[in-house]
Design a protein. Structure first.
Lengths: 273, 275, 297
């Protein structure tokens, strides 16, 4: 890791830093605007049937009209997702730490972790409903937690075990024990991997909650809203609820990404390039 | 530091790696006196890095004995009797320069004040005052190595082990770092065991150059470098400098260093030590 | 469903030869056995102590493992075929949809990645939406996809074509993200070398970037394979397809009170299908991709 010359972190003005970040987003914003306009145009121009793809304007209207119930449903579902996220990630990180410590154990279980990840989540929904009751939030939290557990475990374990041998040799030269090595080297160097996994977990947790609700749930839930309104042919409302679910997922993802940016300012991926 | 014991005493040392059934070192006998600067030079795969790591108790020998500072290598490591510098600076990105240097001190349980004072002294020693809050990636290769050296010396170990520390640097930076290292050695009076590929570097820095043969590693010969101390950049222009270089080169040739195939022993000891 | 944007491709240590493979298989069976033992132990303990947290433990919530497996060899309904026959038929049906969806999604994902790799502008413009597409609950969109796609398909595909599309929807994302990373992973010096041979953009793509992306591609395919199965099962629900695993799950969910083992047995088969897809791709990877061993601790 040999950098020629001293690289000084630009302590430029806040405006300059923000400005550069904003410019990066212009293409995406452009695509969004063009996409929505095209959508609106197509729906009106080709007179596409309502239930396939309502016009954005219709969806926005419905979002506004029904904002209170949509907001309540969104919060209800989000708490399920958040609960599942916290439980699943905590368990996964703890498991990863244990498996990193007892390496052969970890090697034996790895194929299982990856294969268990392959189990269709659909299979779990009826079971958690039976365990916790379909109207309870816990049944959906459980689905979210299960969905989240394995990706976080696999990625965190990978991060904990991807340390340069010389780093370990260095710590041994200081007569550091396994615990010290863990604390001072493995855990900090696994943070990039952990955050990568957490970001994916946010999306999975939301999806888990909504999918779980689709099967059978309280009427207050977003998934129920989507299914119910679709069944009643109220497609603008269904799409509005879908938009809420999607936006919540994106916000959840972005907040974790923000935390990552703040805590890992030292990492190559967040430096200027 | 015990006075009449050798700093490092290696007796009849052999190392065989199980994987690949490789005899890396073959009956090495070597004594390093306190205050000496000894270089280990030889072709790739001759076992010099392995030997260095055995001295540091990072690899176990198959046969033979190693005493460091009069104790077993294992005890010496637990007592933190040596500091080690690798070719890669191995600094932690998430720590500033100050925190990187303080790492061994934290592990040794020094309190905050004592740590801060010592780190400041070390930064002065390696001439990096002013870079306290920098992160490793903001420094050049040479500067990173200086931090690595500061860290290795932070707890004033009597012995310094260095594994091709300047190998990744360009020639000019390398010469500058050599001058720096000599200055630091003269200030701290530690014993140094220095692994290198460069004949000129070994002659410039050392009091003795130990030349190793191609695998299996044996000592092909030892060159006493009687150039005057303290050395300076002008020493390179001394006529005897070139003679010593020739002397080392002849020993390398004797150990078949110059027609040996290239080998890399890193994967062997990484696998063996379960790192 | 599984993780999408991994930090690096997951590389398992390559054990060459039969003996290590057998040992790994033996280890896996051992772990499975331990899992079953833990299940039975928790059940035994839970029933003795009458645990109600986190969930009540009784014969309905936790059937015996051997009952679950045994149920496979019972008739699925009075005077009907064996459960295992029913489930294997359903699994085969779903597998067909999943395989089609997997291939479709992998192809589309790869193509999108190739297009995006050539232009940073396109990436900035479209990647956020590709990522956002996965935040839309597929289950919600599925009915609409079915209504939209089915009429457009030829007669032979009409039943399950839409399901394959939904399966492809879940497949393409990990393939796109990982392939894109793989296409961009070529050593800049290798690219410079190609330029020195006066290779044009397409040649560089074909001869350098695409081969360089294979390890990443296969990592993605291993993630995408089970996702394709999940997508297929989800897709069957709104299509009112009875012949697949989704139908079986819904069916036995209804009869859970009388026969909880049947639902669990169904889940075992569904899990096995997902794992089977994964294993097939992993084997293909072993055969097709050569990777340098890693040097990490």
């Amino acid at each position: 890791m040999s950098v020629q010359g001293v690289v000084v972190v630009p302590r430029g003005t806040l405006g300059a830093r923000v400005g550069r970040g904003v410019v990066d987003w212009i293409p995406a914003a452009a695509v969004l605007v063009l996409g929505i306009l095209a959508w609106e145009g197509l729906v009106r121009g080709l007179d596409i049937q309502r239930f396939l793809l309502p016009a954005p304007s219709a969806i926005l209207d419905t979002l506004w009209e029904r904002r209170e119930e949509l907001q309540a449903a969104g919060i209800y579902t989000f708490t399920e997702a958040l609960g599942g996220f916290v439980i699943g990630c905590t368990l996964a990180v703890l498991a990863a730490i244990v498996l990193a410590r007892f390496r052969s154990f970890g090697r034996a279980l790895m194929p299982f972790a990856i294969a268990a990840n392959a189990v269709p989540i659909i299979a779990f929904a009826p079971i958690t409903n039976q365990w916790f009751g379909p109207l309870e939030k816990t049944s959906k939290m459980a689905i979210a937690a299960i969905l989240v557990f394995f990706p976080v475990l696999v990625n965190t374990l990978r991060g904990l075990t991807s340390v340069r041998p010389q780093s370990i040799e260095l710590m041994r030269s200081y007569a550091a024990g396994e615990i010290e090595i863990f604390r001072r080297v493995r855990i900090p160097s696994s943070l990039p991997y952990l955050f990568s996994a957490l970001k994916v977990a946010t999306v999975l947790a939301m999806i888990g909650a909504v999918v779980g609700e689709y099967f059978l749930s309280s009427q207050e839930a977003l998934g129920f809203q989507i299914r119910n309104s679709a069944a009643l042919f109220q497609f603008e409302l269904a799409w509005a609820a879908i938009v809420v679910a999607s936006v919540l997922g994106i916000l959840f993802y972005s907040s974790v990404a923000l935390v990552e940016r703040l805590t890992m300012s030292w990492h190559p991926s967040s430096r200027a390039d | 530091m015990t006075t009449d014991a050798a700093a490092v005493s290696i007796t009849d040392l052999s190392k065989r790696f199980v994987r690949g059934d490789v005899l890396a070192l073959d009956r090495i006998d070597l004594d390093v006196q306190p205050g000496e600067f000894v270089s280990l030079i030889g072709p790739s795969g001759c076992g010099k890095s392995t030997l260095l790591r055995i001295i540091g108790d990072l690899i176990r020998p198959s046969e033979g004995a190693v005493l460091v500072n009069g104790k077993s290598a294992h005890q010496a490591r637990l007592d933190r009797d040596y500091g080690i510098v690798f070719q890669d600076a191995v600094l932690y990105d998430w720590r500033t320069v100050v925190k990187n240097i303080a790492l061994p001190l934290e592990l040794a349980g020094w309190d905050r004040k004592r740590r801060d004072t010592r780190v400041r002294e070390m930064l002065e020693l390696v001439e990096l005052t002013g870079f306290e809050k920098h992160h490793p990636w903001q420094l050049s290769g040479g500067m990173q190595q200086r931090v690595s050296i500061a860290r290795a010396l932070s707890f004033s170990p009597p012995l310094l082990l260095m594994d091709e520390p300047f190998g990744a640097l360009d020639e000019m930076t390398r010469e500058r770092m050599n001058n720096e290292l000599l200055r630091i050695w003269q200030e701290t009076l530690s014993t140094v065991v220095f692994v290198t590929h460069s004949i000129a570097e070994s002659v410039f820095l050392s009091t003795r150059v130990v030349v190793m043969s191609a695998r299996p590693g044996r000592i092909a010969g030892i060159a006493e470098i009687d150039l005057p101390q303290p050395r300076s950049p002008e020493t390179r222009e001394d006529a005897r400098f070139a003679d010593h270089i020739t002397q080392v080169r002849r020993l390398l040739r004797k150990g078949h260093a110059l027609d040996a195939p290239e080998e890399d022993e890193t994967p062997l000891y990484v696998a063996e030590e379960g790192l | 469903m599984s993780s999408a944007a991994v930090a690096r491709p997951i590389v398992e240590p390559r054990s060459v030869g039969l003996l290590p493979a057998l040992r790994n298989a033996g280890l896996s069976l051992l772990v499975l056995a331990v899992g079953c033992v833990l299940w039975e132990a928790y059940k035994w303990l839970g029933e003795r102590l009458e645990l109600t947290r986190p969930f009540p433990v009784n014969g309905r919530t936790m059937p015996h493992v051997y009952d679950m497996v045994g149920q496979l060899f019972e008739p699925s309904r009075r005077n009907g075929p064996l459960l295992i026959d029913v489930l294997l038929d359903a699994a085969a049906f779903t597998a067909k949809e999943a395989a089609a969806g997997f291939l479709l999604g992998a192809a589309v994902g790869f193509a999108i990645a190739v297009v995006l790799s050539e232009s940073k502008l396109l990436q900035r413009g479209f990647l956020p939406y590709i990522v956002a597409s996965q935040t839309i609950p597929i289950l919600a969109i599925a009915p609409m996809v079915v209504i939209w796609v089915s009429p457009k398909l030829p007669e032979s595909l009409a039943g399950w074509g839409a399901v394959a599309v939904i399966s492809a929807y879940l497949t393409f994302f990990p393939v796109t993200i990982n392939t894109l990373r793989g296409l961009q992973s070529a050593d800049p010096r290798a690219v410079e070398l190609m330029r020195s041979y006066a290779a044009n953009r397409w040649r560089i793509l074909w001869k350098l970037r695409i081969p360089a992306s294979f390890p990443f591609l296969f990592t993605a395919l291993k993630i995408a394979a089970p996702a394709a199965v999940v997508g297929a099962i989800i897709g069957e629900l709104p299509s009112s397809i009875q012949d697949g695993l989704a139908g079986a799950i819904l069916n036995f969910n209804q009869y859970y009170i009388t026969s909880p083992e049947s639902l669990w047995a169904t889940n075992i088969i569904a899990a096995a299908l997902g794992i089977l897809f994964f294993v097939v791709v992993a084997l293909a990877e072993r055969l097709l991709v050569r990777r340098a061993p890693e040097n990490v601790a």
